[in-house]
Design a protein around this ligand. Structure first.
Ligand code: ZN
Length: 245
């Protein structure tokens, strides 16, 4: 059986340097998929959307994408996130706005599903542990569902006996999806990782071997921080990139 290779990215958050660094490491992927939050937090929303489109990413919406165009209330956002959303909605050009307006909540692509938060609540629910994953696993039509939103790479599985297990993923880790009944995989964040590893996170899924591998790549954090300072984005958002939290 011939397999397809999928590059799976999430939470770029207007961080052009992190996005470019990941793209430079994607050799030979057949399809690119993106799990939402192309904008919010970072200084390059329009440039990131243009790059996403030029690389023909298949995309779903994230909570920041919806909030930036007024399709989601920011009441559940913290103060810095809200400030960055206000900045972003001012910065978006008409083409970017139109692109964001067209994003769906959830997609099925070949033998995988993709959503930003969870299948129960596509925009705002975090899947951080086994308990959180159960509603999504009930709703899954395919064996594998990729999620973003948490900015921490992790894997939750249900085996054929109905037992659950879950663990965090590090650079180079491989999961053989074909061994399980259901797999929910969080691929971490490209533009704002939160697992104390500041490197951009992404995954490659090979449908031929049934394996997903997680990768971390470094990027020029100082360059992104410089642009954020110039844009007068909140200091807390600038600082956290250095620590990956
Ligand atoms: Zn996010």
């Amino acid at each position: 059986m011939f397999g397809m290779k999928y590059a799976v990215l999430a939470d770029i958050h207007s961080n052009l340097e992190a996005f470019r660094s990941v793209l430079a490491h994607l050799k030979g992927a057949d399809k690119n998929v993106f799990l939402g939050d192309i904008v919010g937090y970072g200084p390059n929303p329009n440039e990131c959307i243009e790059l996403l489109r030029s690389k023909e990413f298949i995309c779903v919406a994230g909570n920041h994408d919806r909030a930036a165009i007024g399709q989601l209330d920011t009441e559940r956002f913290n103060r810095e996130a809200k400030e960055a959303i206000d900045w972003t909605s001012m910065a978006l050009n008409p083409a970017s706005r139109k692109f964001l307006e067209g994003l769906p909540d959830h997609l099925e692509v070949d033998d995988l599903e993709m959503v930003h938060g969870s299948l129960r609540d596509p925009l705002e629910e975090y899947i951080a542990n086994i308990e959180d994953s159960k509603a999504t696993i009930e709703l899954m039509k395919k064996r594998l569902c990729f999620v973003g939103h948490l900015h921490i790479p992790l894997c939750i599985v249900k085996d054929r006996e109905g037992r659950f297990d879950g663990w965090q993923l590090n650079d180079g880790d491989v999961v053989d999806v074909s061994k399980f009944d259901k797999v929910v995989m969080g691929v971490g964040g490209v533009g704002q990782p939160r697992d104390m590893d500041p490197r951009a996170s992404f995954a490659i899924y090979d449908s031929g071997s049934g394996e997903v591998q997680l990768f971390r790549v470094s990027y020029n954090i100082e360059e992104t921080q410089k642009k954020m300072k110039k844009a007068e984005l909140p200091g807390f958002l600038i600082e956290r990139l250095k620590y990956g939290r």
